[in-house]
Ligand binder design. Structure first.
Ligand SMILES: C[C@H](O)CC(=O)SCCNC(=O)CCNC(=O)[C@H](O)C(C)(C)COP(=O)(O)OP(=O)(O)OC[C@H]1O[C@@H](n2cnc3c(N)ncnc32)[C@H](O)[C@@H]1OP(=O)(O)O
Length: 704
């Protein structure tokens, strides 16, 4: 028996395959036509020269629907009926709608029943104003059978789709466009070409979306919502605005309750709460105007701070000890700004303006004009004491005297002055013009006015300030220290350096502890270690690994060799040579590698590195060095690069639970020593089931 109709495929140079339904007089969908449509589609999907598909009907009619003249033959069994669902699900849904190449229906004339259903399985529909679109199946005692009951309501809404189906009422192209059933209305002459362009546009959009997905994954592999956002955008492009809106609404609802949303919301409010400081910002004090800033020391920190200041329009006086150092300092500032110009983030004009705010000095003559001094010389107590005594002599009596020390006790620095009330810590993080955190350290003598003034400066230079108390390492470095300590300890006990770093970056840290140690430089790491050993001997793990490596002229990235090798700029490659140093360190530590440790999962490793960080954060909070837990969340995010979507160390700790953290630390303290000993704050909260970030009972009382 001759086939009842067929489809034709034609591929042009633009990469669009036009599949035409041919079954006169109304291009009805006989089984033969449907099977031919399947074959044509398969061909188009397979062919390398085909990027996109247009489906249309011959002779100005899309299709009058399923071939009702064959109903009789189907009833009598003359024609074999395909298995239930084969056409609707296997062909129209899996093959057409699920295709990796986009398809667009070009609709003129009739588009009824199965015809409309075929077009709704395409990714977009273009029609003429006079096309007739409808699902008249109920007229024949049946219902739409190729997905119409499902796709039409999604496109035109429930009320309209019910009307169209129950009353078998077709609509015209114009109305279909208004309802969202059709994506664009054009004249019959432009129909197929417009559909071709749409199909290619969807193709291009897919490429753009593919690239955006890859970028989003690269930027934050743990985040789902950027990918969901792209999926939703794609849905709108592929299946029309209504379908896109539905997907958007559902996705929004789901994400609203996600942990990521809760964490990021916490970060948003916590960031704002850092500038509400009890005993300072609640006294009704207004920040004083700072018209000129002096910076002592043009090294890495001093030049970075000066850069941040002039970028925010503060005139800066940079003081150095001699001409050579002063020029070097100014050159560093120029380089900081020039790198912005090169990246196109700053105009030459803006560069000139910023540089015009900078002046140099070798003596203190001009210090009588300044309102704020930030000392950023080397970490030497005697030198700093001398500087602060000089500053007291040369600066006006209202001038704020700030130090950028990262470890030294402020009371010691100001010991030789009578200006303790205006001495404050302004601890920037390197590179100071880039890193967003500013740790403001107040001693028991620092006046509330000075804190308010510095908070205002912090805001103007676009930093997130946290106000903390005075102690070795203050809040941020104290929390940071156990990160590397713990990692060094576990390497002595047999863990792999690179596995630890990988687990941390997978968790969301910008770099693991060893890559970070390379970046900071071993010199700084050892010096900081000594400070901690002096002040907190009971919880410092004395790993010899870094000193051993330094003996061999490995000092981190600057020396091109640390835990990694650096051949190209900033590109770190694991270095098998470090095993020799590790073995030496292990034997000096006198420990036998623990076979259990080698089997640990990434999650276990992350816990081992971060639970000591949480433990120290609890101490910092308990000692009143930090005012509130959320300040430490912000400090961990902006100072350490802790992933914001985990809410900061304290919120993350609470998501795990104090009891679990306490149990683990106790277990490790038994096995690996007092470094892990949980502090009393953590122990108490674990025992009572109180969240780590809940305010202390005394604070609660004070508030009541
Ligand atoms: C699974 C799916 O959901 C199920 C389905 O699709 S069921 C089918 C749904 N479609 C329909 O109900 C449409 C039925 N047809 C019509 O309403 C009208 O024929 C029409 C509005 C398409 C055209 O009307 P009109 O211009 O007046 O021409 P009309 O004389 O009726 O039809 C022209 C020819 O096409 C045939 N024809 C129309 N629709 C047909 C169809 N769906 N199948 C087979 N033949 C069809 C007619 O029998 C007629 O044949 P003839 O020339 O040999 O007599």
């Amino acid at each position: 028996m001759a086939a009842k109709g067929a489809t034709e495929v034609e591929v042009d140079g633009d990469g669009v395959a036009v599949i035409t339904i041919c079954n006169p007089p109304v291009n009805s969908l006989s089984i033969d036509v449907l099977l031919s449509l399947k074959e044509s589609y398969e061909e188009a999907l397979q062919r390398k020269d085909v990027k996109a598909i247009v489906v249309t009907g011959k002779g100005g009619k899309f299709s009058g629907g399923f071939d009702i003249s064959s109903f009789g033959d189907l009833h009598s069994g003359k024609i074999e009926q395909p298995k239930v669902g084969y056409i609707s699900i296997d062909i129209l849904t899996e093959l057409l709608e699920g295709a990796t190449k986009p398809s667009v229906a070009a609709i003129d004339g009739l588009c009824l029943g199965g015809g409309l259903e075929v077009s709704m399985a395409c990714h977009a529909r273009i029609s003429t104003p006079t096309a007739q679109l409808g699902l008249p199946e109920l007229q024949l005692g049946i219902i739409p059978g190729f997905g119409g009951t499902q796709r039409l309501p999604r496109l035109v809404g429930l009320t309209k789709s019910l009307e169209m189906m129950l009353l078998s009422k077709p609509i015209k192209g114009e109305e279909a466009h208004q309802l969202g059933l059709v994506d664009s209305v054009v004249s019959p002459n432009d129909l197929v070409n417009t559909a071709r362009r749409w199909a290619l546009d969807i193709c291009e959009a897919r490429e753009i979306l593919k690239f955006a997905r890859a970028q989003a994954r690269k930027q934050a592999a743990n985040l789902e919502h950027p990918l969901i956002c792209i999926d939703v955008i794609e849905e709108g492009i592929v299946s029309g605005p209504r379908a896109g809106l539905w997907k958007e609404a559902n996705a929004f609802q789901g994400l609203l309750f996600s942990d990521t949303c809760k964490s990021l919301l916490h970060v948003f409010f916590s960031q704002r709460a850092t500038s509400k400081v009890p005993g300072a910002t609640d006294l009704g004090l207004m920040p004083r105007k700072i018209t000129k800033v002096a910076i002592l020391g043009g090294g890495l920190m001093g030049s970075g701070i000066a850069t941040a200041m002039i970028l925010s329009n503060y005139p800066v006086l940079l003081k150095e000890v001699n001409e050579k150092f002063l020029i070097a300092g100014i050159d560093r500032i120029k380089a900081n700004l020039q790198s912005r110009v090169i990246k196109g983030k700053m105009t030459e004009e803006r560069y000139e303006k910023a540089m015009s705010l900078l002046s140099g000095a070798l003596g203190y003559e001009k210090f009588k004009e300044v309102d704020l001094v930030i000392e950023a010389v080397i970490e030497n107590v005697k030198l700093k004491q001398q500087i602060f005594a000089d500053l007291e002599k040369y600066c006006p009596s209202h001038c704020i005297l700030a130090t950028n020390t990262s470890t030294i006790d402020l009371n010691l620095i100001g010991e030789k002055t009578k200006s303790q009330d205006r001495i404050v810590g302004a601890h920037f993080f390197s590179p100071a013009h880039v890193m967003p955190l500013l740790e403001i350290v107040r001693t028991q003598h620092t006046s509330a006015q000075v804190v308010v003034d510095l908070l205002d400066v912090g805001k103007r230079i676009k930093k997130t300030p946290i106000v903390v108390g005075n102690c070795t390492g203050f809040a941020v470095n104290r929390m940071f220290f156990p990160y590397t300590q713990s990692a060094l300890l576990f390497v002595d006990y047999g863990m792999d350096v690179y596995k630890i770093d990988r687990a941390c970056t997978k968790f969301g840290m910008p770099m693991g502890p060893f890559r970070l140690a390379d970046l900071v430089g071993f010199g700084v790491a050892v010096a900081t270690g000594m400070q901690y050993l002096e002040n907190f001997p009971e919880r410092v793990y004395k790993s010899m690994l870094i000193p051993i490596m330094m003996e061999d002229k490995r000092a981190g990235e600057a020396s091109r060799k640390g835990f990694y090798k650096y051949e190209d700029r900033r590109k770190a490659t694991p270095d098998p040579e470090i095993m020799t140093y590790i073995q030496k360190s292990r034997s000096m530590a006198g420990v036998t590698p623990d076979a259990e440790l080698m089997k640990l999962s990434d999650k276990d490793i992350v816990e081992m590195v971060f639970f000591p960080v949480i433990n120290e954060a609890c101490r910092v909070l308990d000692e009143g060095i930090a005012v509130k837990a959320s300040d430490l969340d912000i400090a961990s995010i902006f100072g350490m690069g802790f992933p914001p979507y985990r809410g900061g160390v304290m919120l993350w700790g609470d998501s795990i639970g104090a009891k679990y953290i306490h149990g683990k630390l106790q277990e490790w303290a038994k096995r690996y020593g007092s470094f892990f000993e949980p502090c009393s704050y953590l122990a108490e909260r674990a025992a009572k089931g109180i969240p780590l970030s809940a305010p202390a009972a005394s604070q609660v009382k004070a508030r009541l």
